[in-house]
Design a protein around this ligand. Structure first.
Ligand code: SD4
Length: 324
């Protein structure tokens, strides 16, 4: 081959697009339809937390800022034994918290097994905003919190210590999350700009093994948001949610055209497909799409959620594969 032919050929190869041009098209945000007022939804009957987020949204806060303010109500609540301050400890008596956040641009942050800091959703936000990383765990997350000026304190309250001591008498390790023993708060908000963002925060499974992490701080499992489609959050037996990447799955079902309700049901079905008969653990999902439609579904009955829109904060019972 003559040198000139070779140069012409290689130039043609170099200038040919490597990937079909449609892959480079910008991700368009769909226009909002129907009622475009702000929305806050959260797992369980956390009335005050959801109202707090709703009011913050009405005041013009972003979806993520509103959700972080909302879930902080439960992170600060010593009576909630599965989130933040007063959360149940691990088998060795350490309260270790997990949280993650995801914004409308697809950015996210997470903290895993954090001790002494109760507002871990805010800390996850700081990981997203102030580090080049997505996740910080344990000692490193605590060090980062101290650097950011977070207050550190003992999160084991006298009441949760008492319950743990009681548990120690038998120390029967049953890593099962069922109807009675969970309350993780997952929250999804749609703000005045129509952006959907979300948060998930928990102390995880009571009396878990030291170092155990559930689904809650794992993007795609405890929480996933795609602002073009919607978002989803999970509560319940984290191991089973992780195995099926539950929240991501729900958002993908919604992308394929399913309503949030159908998407939650399909994701629960995915968990059940792997079980022989009725499982002895709970998994529950909550989803919100761009249109403001909400869906919720769980394995066992008893799952509830809150819904705030137009100054109304209402509690709802989700349907379940196996009703109570
Ligand atoms: C976990 N999914 O750590 C969490 C626990 C939970 O309500 O949701 N409790 O597995």
């Amino acid at each position: 081959m003559k040198r000139r032919d070779f140069i012409q050929k290689s130039t043609a190869v170099i200038s040919a697009p490597l990937i079909a041009p449609q892959f480079f098209q910008p991700h368009k945000t769909l226009p909002l339809q129907g009622n475009t007022s702000p929305i806050a939804v959260c797992t369980w009957n956390f009335t005050a937390a959801n109202a707090k987020a709703g009011v913050a949204l009405e005041a013009g806060k972003t979806a993520l800022k509103a959700a972080i303010e909302g879930v902080a109500v439960e992170e600060n609540n010593p009576k909630n034994t599965t989130v933040g301050y007063g959360g149940a400890p691990d088998r060795e008596g350490h309260v270790t918290l997990d949280a993650c956040v995801m914004n409308h641009q697809g950015n996210c942050g997470a903290v895993l097994a954090v001790e002494q800091v109760k507002n871990v959703a805010a800390l996850a936000y700081d990981v997203m905003e102030h580090t080049p990383h997505v996740m910080l765990a344990g000692e490193g997350a605590l060090q980062f919190a101290k650097e950011r000026g977070y207050t550190t304190e003992e999160l084991l309250t006298p009441e949760s210590k008492k319950r743990w001591k009681e548990w120690l008498k038998n120390a029967k390790y049953q890593p099962i999350i069922n109807i009675e023993n969970h309350d993780t708060i997952g929250m999804l908000c749609r703000d005045k700009n129509g952006n959907i963002e979300g948060v998930c925060t928990t102390s995880g499974l009571a009396y878990k093994m030291r170092g155990r992490i559930g689904d809650s701080p794992i993007i795609g499992s405890g929480l996933f948001v795609d602002n073009n489609v919607g978002g989803a959050v999970a509560t319940g037996m984290g191991e089973e949610v992780v195995k099926t990447v539950g929240s991501f799955l729900i958002v993908e079902f919604m992308r394929q055209g399913h309503t949030p309700q159908e998407a939650c049901e399909l994701a629960v079905q995915r968990v059940l497909e792997k079980q022989k008969g009725k499982p002895n653990f709970q998994v529950a999902y909550l989803a919100l799409n761009k249109k403001g439609e909400v869906g919720a579904y769980s394995i066992h009955g008893g799952f509830t959620y809150m819904h705030y829109q137009q100054q109304k904060n209402t509690g709802h019972k989700a349907n379940a594969a196996y009703s109570l």
